[in-house]
Design a protein around this ligand. Structure first.
Ligand code: G3P
Length: 217
């Protein structure tokens, strides 16, 4: 499963990249707004740090405006994936852009049939939001399993990018379901490394070593 970081914070992206396990980055207008920086400048900084898919979202809502905005974003760098909302206008734009070879990430997906339409439109990725479904008492991970079944049934090449991840169990279940990718907040990436038995085990190994005559050479 590819691991993307879900943030527009360059400090977090640098730290996650230093872990050596980062495959890409996803941003959205809310995350970008929090940083208070020029969007293009911010994308340039991210592109310097991560050599992998970087999702940048359009803010237009009409097909005829989404298409030029997406083309402009895609022209910045081959690693840019244009994030487009799952609306009628959005999917019409995805249809045109996918024929031009522009990589797209269809976002704000909340149902399996929406995901079916995104795949038919030629999306590179679809982003189902598991946490926001859990927030309204709908099982977000069930959505992932259903989308994966539909995509396998028809051999769609659109990748399922699990989004709105809130905790390590979401990551675990995404991997068990066979999702292609998960976009994970920095805090949750850090949580994935931790296990108290790892800490206790390491402490014991080092205590035993240091209290013995054992030497490295
Ligand atoms: O970028 C999309 C997504 O991951 C948003 O997550 O936590 O705002 O629901 P969240």
């Amino acid at each position: 499963m590819k691991i993307f970081i879900d943030t527009a914070n360059i400090g977090e992206i640098r730290k996650a990249a230093a872990m050596g396990l980062l495959d890409g980055v996803t941003t959205n207008p809310s995350l970008v707004a929090k940083e208070g920086k020029n969007f293009r400048q911010l994308l340039a900084e991210i592109l310097e740090v991560v050599d992998g898919p970087i999702s940048a979202e359009v803010v237009s809502t009409k097909t005829e405006e989404i298409i030029p905005e997406a083309r402009d974003l895609a022209a910045i760098h081959p690693n840019i994936v244009v994030k487009i909302p799952l609306t009628k206008d959005g999917l019409a734009a995805v249809r045109t852009l996918s024929r031009e070879g522009v990589k797209t990430n269809v976002t704000l997906c909340f149902s399996p049939t929406q995901a079916l339409l995104a795949a038919k439109a030629g999306a590179t990725y679809v982003s189902p939001f598991v946490g926001r479904l859990d927030d309204v008492s709908i099982d977000g991970m069930e959505l992932i399993r259903r989308i994966l079944t539909i995509y396998r049934n028809y051999g769609f090449t659109t990748e399922v990018l699990v989004a709105s991840i809130r905790h390590p169990i979401h990551v675990l279940e995404a991997a068990l379901a066979g999702a292609h990718a998960a976009t994970i907040p920095f805090k949750v990436i850090e949580q994935l490394f931790r296990h108290p038995l790892t800490d206790i085990g390491l402490e014991n190994f080092l205590r035993d070593w240091n209290s013995s005559q054992a030497k490295l050479v």
